[in-house]
Design a protein around this ligand. Structure first.
Ligand code: GLY
Length: 571
């Protein structure tokens, strides 16, 4: 028989066991959360979101020590050059969109440039067909722009000393950082890196596979970054780094000379700007196609009520995909480097043109791509990275930069420890004819000495009532435009909170190939309906990787895309 005393004892024992389990579970969850990078963060004072947690921490530290959004963006970009070698870089280029709280806007173009020795047919073999030289190896590299771009941004807007914004990257390169499982896999698995001895030595330990938690130290890169921290971009373009890079180029049959480096300048351009449902959208002008694409598609969608059937529904996806299809058909024919070509950007965004595009969309049927006037489809590799920084004053910086392909050309410059881009492949390697990937390119983007190749990078800042509202961007070549667009549509038209808008499944259409790419997550009935409307639906891996910050009820909220390993750092 159970005595009352024994029952009390048993019930106390059960409670203790229950409490023990709850505590153990809570501790396990806390440990799990601490081990994971925060993909969502709130703060009132500042926010940095990048695709890699050490780089976000570098940007956050700079904000906390009194730096502004541009200081944080520059620090995070230098850090990514160490911790995200697939795309972060000092051997590549990109774009930075700045919007100061007082209203000033600027777009810093530090896109790579064709070397002086470059010619239109330099990548055609004796049979007249494109070779692999624009994709792999020393001849694939354009003149890097990143260091000049970051220096110009800092000189214009930075508050902290240059050496202090470069310092976190120097430390990460010198002392090393622990690789994540995904980073270890990506380095181990790169057949491109394995082809070049210096890349294989540094990034693949000469064939000894990395594991999660192994520390990657980059002493040669640390020395280059130390020189840049001390002497500025002068070292990279005219000093010791420039000389060693030019010597290595000469020794390996590359094209970039000291003269190319000495002449390279980052360029300030006016951002493209347009309105959508009361919001002001600031985005990338040529040589990126990103801003023109974003504004054209928004302009086509405006006033159609396309969103009424809801996010992820067949009519909504159909309408947005048709608008994207039409933009990509025009993209390669009309867009390139504005310093070399006359570009009809105003025409692409003219209300009459938007109206004509809008009226050409059949709400029930997909338009076969071949029936649209020939432009040039996309031929860009998808490895790029985006970061966003916003400070307490409301200054915002959206920076997208790239090596083009994953690990760029595969070449690490001996003794300098950084990878070179393969951005020459973003030119039309063979205008007017199918290239090695079976794609047709436009003349407007043909190779010429000193020219910048067409891009899709779309760093974007959105204002509401003239104040900062949202900043975002993504990697993913042409998919960048679709990714940025759909996050904007999810926030503005479908009223989603930012984290949901970023995580929501995405789709992409780029005219050719005539396919509607969809991520997992859409309902099977929706996909069947889209097929019945004439779309060739194809499942694909993650579309883009958006890093975004918005102002929500007085809080800065940072969201790193759950498709990647990014992190938000705020306070
Ligand atoms: N290399 C990718 C882009 O510029 O769009």
């Amino acid at each position: 028989m159970n005595s009352p005393g024994r029952n009390v004892y048993r019930s106390a024992q059960r409670t203790i066991v229950r409490l023990w389990w709850i505590t153990a579970l809570a501790l396990a969850l806390a440990a799990l959360c601490a081990a994971q990078t925060p993909q969502f963060e709130r703060g009132r004072n500042g926010m940095v979101v990048t695709s890699e947690k050490h780089a976000s921490a570098a940007g956050l530290a700079v904000l906390k020590s009194g730096g502004n959004a541009v200081d944080a963006a520059v620090a995070a970009a230098f850090a990514l050059a160490v911790t995200h070698p697939a795309a972060g870089n000092i051997g590549g280029g990109g774009f930075l969109l700045v919007r100061l709280a007082g209203g000033e806007t600027n777009f810093i173009d530090f896109r790579e440039q064709a070397p002086l020795a470059a010619t239109e047919d330099m990548y055609l073999g004796p049979d007249g067909k494109p070779t692999q030289d624009s994709v792999i190896g020393w001849r694939a590299a354009g003149v890097p722009g990143t260091v000049r771009g970051l220096e110009l941004a800092h000189r214009r807007y930075g508050k902290l000393a240059w050496k202090d914004v470069a310092a976190p990257a120097v430390k990460l390169a010198r002392d090393g950082f622990a690789l994540s499982a995904a980073q270890a896999r990506s380095l181990n698995g790169s057949r491109l890196l394995a082809q070049f001895p210096e890349s294989r030595r540094i990034f693949q330990r000469n064939g000894t596979a990395w594991s999660e938690g192994d520390v990657l130290k980059q002493p040669e890169l640390a020395q280059v970054l130390e020189r840049i921290a001390a002497a500025g971009a002068q070292d990279f373009y005219e000093g010791e780094t420039a000389r060693r890079l030019a010597d290595a180029m000469r020794a390996h049959g590359g094209l970039i000379t000291l003269e190319d480096l000495r002449r390279y300048r980052a360029v300030e351009r006016a951002p493209l700007s347009g309105g959508y449902k009361g919001y002001t959208i600031l985005s990338a002008p040529p040589p990126s196609s990103g801003g023109a694409g974003l504004l054209q598609v928004l302009g086509v969608l405006a006033g159609t009520g396309y969103e009424k059937s809801g996010p992820g529904s067949a009519p909504t996806i159909h309408y947005v995909a048709e608008a994207l299809r039409r933009f990509f058909a025009e993209r390669g024919e009309f867009l390139g480097d504005p310093d070399f070509e006359r570009l009809p950007v105003a025409g692409l965004l003219d209300p009459r043109h938007l109206d004509r595009l809008r009226r050409s969309i059949d709400p029930e049927r997909a338009t076969p791509s071949r029936s649209l006037r020939a432009g040039a489809p996309l031929f860009e590799a998808p490895e790029t990275t985006h970061l966003t920084a916003v400070d307490r004053a409301g200054n915002a910086a959206a920076l997208t930069y790239t090596l083009n392909g994953s690990f760029g050309s595969g070449v690490t410059v001996p003794g300098l420890g950084f990878l070179l881009n393969n951005e020459m492949d973003d030119f039309s390697v063979q205008p007017g004819f199918p290239n090695s990937a079976g794609l047709v390119q436009g003349r407007v983007n043909a190779i010429r000495a000193g020219k910048r190749p067409l891009s899709s990078m779309t760093p974007t800042i959105v204002l509401k009532d003239g104040q900062f509202f949202l900043a975002l961007g993504s990697p993913g070549s042409g998919r960048i435009i679709s990714s940025v667009l759909q996050v904007l549509l999810n926030v503005i038209d479908h009223r989603m909170p930012l984290a949901e808008a970023v995580a929501y499944p995405r789709f992409h259409h780029q005219w050719l190939p005539d396919r509607l790419y969809v991520e997992p997550g859409f309902r099977i009935e929706t996909l069947r309906k889209l097929e019945a409307m004439g779309h060739a639906v194809e499942q694909t891996r993650g579309i883009g990787e958006v890093q975004a910050v918005w102002l929500n009820g007085g809080w800065l909220e940072g969201v790193a895309d759950p498709r990647g390993e990014g992190a938000a750092g705020g306070y």
